[in-house]
Design a protein around this ligand. Sequence first.
Ligand SMILES: Cc1ncc(COP(=O)(O)O)c(C=O)c1O
Length: 354
Amino acid sequence: MSRFWSAVVHDLTPYVPGEQPKLANLVKLNTNENPYGPSPRVLDALRAEAAETLRLYPDPGSGRLRAGIAAYHGVAADRVFVGNGSDEVLAHAFMALLKHGQPVLFPDITYSFYPVYCRLYGIEHRTIPLTDTFEIRIDDYLTPNGGVIFPNPNAPTGRLLALGEIERLLAGNPDSVVVIDEAYIDFGGDSAVCLVARYPQLLVTRTLSKSHALAGLRVGYAIGQPHLIEALDRVKDSFNSYPLDRFAQAGALASIEDHAYFESLCARVVASRGRLVAALAGLDFEVLPSAANFIFTGHPSHDGAKLAAALRERSIIVRHFRQPDRISRFLRITIGTDAQCDTLLDALKAIVAC
Ligand SMILES: Cc1ncc(COP(=O)(O)O)c(C=O)c1O
């Protein structure tokens, strides 16, 4: 605390990202990174970018990357916005599209950055409880609001909402923006991008951090009709005109264009997820159905915090959330390589046997 802080800073409760430990030889399953490296074409593109041209500012509009993302999704380039990770895209969406007179709605158990943005920008919000089975019930959102946002699949539960339900939300909520955060959609769900043409209030956000194995490059994007994209551009250009450096633009484009590598990455993670879920069921763990690159799981007779601590003693890091109380028995575990999953399973087997 300091008397030099602005009132806004005094009131902030910053987001706490998952730990990035400096120790080697950890089995790191706590921040939903991809266990595999990015496409070799990304590395080639980055090497090519390490040149004398670094003295020049990058393209402020990330034109080639936007065009590449647009081509991948089969939309026009004026429907694409790119940012420094989807966190930045989301931050701009809160400021540009969700700050109205009424509260923004999101689930009580969801990505914990949303309330942080609300606080930063002075946006009222109301949380809507997930059902007893940790599902989003669309009827609960069909009420006056200043906007709706949730991830699909949701985080940290991993539960997927069918596209038909998202369409029902859009049809029943025509007057405020609906942001569908698709950080994990590539691991098992249908994207809402196909609904953008029909719904002027829909913004879909995505990231290259998970399914493209590029968390370190910091690239995210949004797809929506041009009036929504213009709002995001207006905020971006009032904040930082060059959010994506030359490396990020070139590397992200190479990744988007390497479809075969991307598909093989997703398939490997999905196969490991199936294997891990089956093995955990054999150890009496409850595992919520996951369409993401992580699972949300708990054991009926073992406390979540104690399980996380016991795993840490064995150099395995997973994520445990103390709040809200009804998820404190769960662990969120990122899908690692099969070898990492086996190390995890051996450790859990020993821990639950005690
Ligand atoms: C639901 C959700 N949305 C967005 C993000 C942000 O991703 P990034 O800023 O790496 O693109 C995350 C990161 O974990 C997430 O879990």
